[in-house]
Design a protein around this ligand. Structure first.
Ligand code: HEM
Length: 187
């Protein structure tokens, strides 16, 4: 149990600043309109398909319960289509072949579900009832975050594993930030 707290706490602490930056780059999820929400989804869509494909190919990731039910790229592309936005080009992406790397990436993708919940509330508050939400609401009734953290409890990581997980999570956050700062593509 202690290992799990340590790894989750480490991941949280060592990516907190990057998360704050990402959060403010998206105005804390308080989107002014559908166009701004579309830009948020478009930035996510530069990474989710390639990141999920990398996880699907990882034996480490495939030990996570329901691993193949967690993928959300299709929902994301469908939401973009509803907004009339074509799938954007993917960012160059590579998952390091080191124990812990898939775990760190999974932390970032699974954790982003928590932000999704808040975004769903803010969309409703802003009266954006037409906003497509299959990506941000994906798995809302599945307790995926809870089962992810329980899985993390059984990683029994040594320090090198933790280092690789943190490095991978930080790389992923940096990539999301870069995707966010890109100009939207012309359609
Ligand atoms: C509009 C943008 C975003 C907002 C407003 C937001 C907000 C939040 C909120 C409210 C939490 C829950 C904090 C808690 O319960 O302690 C959270 C957690 C998290 N978010 Fe975000 N988020 C955003 C974007 C993202 C993105 C794009 C990613 C990654 C792709 C991400 C990754 C995470 C992670 C990894 C956690 C888990 C932290 C932890 O408990 O260890 N977030 N976010």
């Amino acid at each position: 149990m202690e290992m799990y707290v340590q790894l989750l706490e480490r991941l949280r602490a060592e990516t907190a600043e990057a998360h704050d930056e990402l959060d403010s780059a998206h105005d804390g999820g308080a989107f002014a309109g559908l166009a701004a929400y579309g830009r948020f989804l478009e930035a996510q869509a530069r990474i989710f398909p390639v990141a999920e494909a990398a996880l699907a190919a990882s034996g480490e990731y495939r030990t996570l319960p329901d691993w193949d039910r967690r993928f959300r790229a299709d929902a994301l592309i469908a939401d973009l289509a509803t907004l009339g936005i074509a799938p954007p080009q993917s960012m160059p992406f590579e998952l390091q072949d080191r124990p812990g790397a898939a775990t760190g990436l999974a932390y970032v993708l699974e954790g982003s579900r928590l932000g999704g919940k808040l975004i769903a509330r803010k969309l409703a508050q802003a009266g954006l009832h037409d906003a497509p939400t299959s990506f941000i609401a994906h798995g809302a009734d599945q307790r995926f975050w809870q089962s992810f953290t329980a899985w993390l409890a059984n990683r029994h990581p040594d320090e090198a594993f933790g280092d690789a997980a943190v490095a991978s999570a930080r790389t992923a956050f940096a990539l999301f930030l870069e995707a966010t700062r890109r100009e939207p593509e012309c359609h």
